[in-house]
Design a protein around this ligand. Sequence first.
Ligand code: IVH
Length: 731
Amino acid sequence: MSGQGKTTAQDGVAELDEAAARARLAELAAVIAAANLAYFQNDAPIMSDAAYDALKRENADIEARFAHLKRADSPSEQIGTQPGEGFSKITHAERMLSLANAFEPADVADFVASIRRYLGLADDAPLAFTAEPKIDGLSLSLRYEDGQLVSAATRGDGETGENVTANACTIPDIPQRIANAPAVLEVRGEVYMRHDDFAALNARQTAQGGKVFANPRNAAAGSLRQLDPAITRARPLRFFAYAWGALSAPLAATQSGAIARLGELGFVTNPLTQLCTDLDALLAHYARIEGQRATLGYDIDGVVYKVDDLALQARLGMRSTTPRWAIAHKFPAELAWTRLEAIDIQVGRTGALSPVARLRPVTVGGVVVSNATLHNEDYIAGRDARGAVIRDGKDIRVGDWVQVYRAGDVIPKIADVDLSKRPDGSQPFGFPTHCPECGSEALREEGDAVRRCTGGLICPAQAVEKLKHFVSRSAFDIEGLGARQVETFYTDGWIKEPADIFALRSRYGAGLQQLKNREGWGEKSAANLFDAIDERRRIGLGRLIFALGIRHVGEVAANDLARHFGSWAQFIDCIDRAASEPAAHAPDPRARKALLPQSPAWAEITGIDGIGEAVALALTATLSQGAERASVERLVAHLDIQAPAARVQDDSPVAGKTVVFTGTLERMTRAEAKARAEALGAKVAGSVSAKTDLLVAGPGAGSKAAKAAELGVATIDEDGWLALIGGTGDG
Ligand code: IVH
């Protein structure tokens, strides 16, 4: 950036004429964009922070003098904090889902059986599926309005993706106009690169000293996410259409019909898509596709099965992020041998000591692998969680030749050891009994495969991991405050616990001086960070509970708890009461069950559908622990906690009611009944208590019906339930 006539902020802004100012602004925009990219996306800074700040200041000074010359892509409008900041965001009209995985034929059989069960279909009732290759690229959603392509968005987190419309327009497989289409049509599919195109691109990149891509998928992703569409145009990208989002009119009544329609509309669909009428046909088509894998000319990593009948797809609906009506049957993992150079121990958010294999780098299925998980100390020693022998009892030692495998995106694992190559004098790995980070004792609880650091809040590794979890996407998701920033802030003592995040502005915000001077932070990004933090003071109860990072409390459990309790006060009150009840201190599940009558709060928590004893034990233990609790209280004081949105109809006759199903349901399955009830705003509980409003009892109802009668809980049968909610069992 030592261009001719270079002017620095100190000496020259005042002397610039208009033409020189325009030229200098263009130069600054390019250099600052390159620096942002190098720093934020490639983790490879190309200038010092001081030089970067000076350029930004110079840019601002010139803009102050020549306001009318300010560029559309002015660096002063870009915060340059998060990857992908160059693209605007698009919120998908319908969420972009991912797929559950199957690895074995037995998993596919389970998938088919569970669909039959859910739908209440007899074994011999027809049930057809489509089977098609799972393309290893990146998904894209194209929105057409009145036949015109109006936007293209990457998947992002499924709700919001990046606006890559200009780039999508350069891909020949993507039509910009389509005839005879519904007024609104979102077409979804995969952007990918063929092997020959990939090889040629890498050869060109090498010749030009550009970036060489590890595999076709990375090349496709890197090419689609170019800020300059001219670069994307020069990259050989392709697109297969396989799904859709929002629609103003249905495409067809079946998946296969809809795909055929997309083909008629001008989209490329995969020629290996086939309709299969039973499990054997699915597995046969899988074998056929796997047989062709090496000669297809593009990467696939499995076969996707989808229920063909769209009315059945609608009845099956989805879990939190994946549809019940589809599954990806992955190809077997790819393997390679290499040397195990070291075993490191990482300490996680809940104190778990996780052994990580450091490997001599090796290519496994096109990706260079240098780390792999070793699970836990039993796995290293050659035993599974139940003490049974694995790998013929071979243990894993530093210096060993080990077999590494990876399946899709899954973290690489160590599958096997070659004893013939074991170096002389090698020793079994001694798993530490103390935390390598804080020195506290690390203990294994009975029945737990994992050794855990007992240091709690004093352990820096746990604290940092907790903070990273706290700011993660499904938790507080604070823009500009990711894992890397949290780590730096922790190291520098600015943030020790979640509450400190919300005190950042008041402690360090004065004049933004301190933050401003930090690596990677400019005045604007500092101000933006404080604003982003303030925005998150208002937080949903479910997100908050999840963000606390309590063991066993995942996103689903946190949301179940939030929906049940509705407010922080009621949640914490119930946990406090439960923590002091006898059941919470009983030695085993039987004893806890026996103590239920004297433990109403415990019974309430464990009675929430989906909440088991492990969650209840973790909640009561963690939140009654003095230091932990104090830290949570300090956090809550900063927040405005929102009741969970009634994500559902609140005017239905069962909205807000607690319903229990028991006995055999004949017109729908239990899972479907539960999903319907929840969609109508009811809470579904697993056991009858004084809080139950309604028991739906089918034939064979036993103790729950008796309990309901005893408590005077209204009880109806399945027909009564269907009459009440105004539906039939047929969807
Ligand atoms: S269907 C509701 N079909 O796999 C289901 N996905 O693991 C939506 N993918 O995000 C996806 N080939 O990027 C579907 N033939 C195919 C696919 C496919 C590749 C990708 C897609 C999705 C991911 C899920």
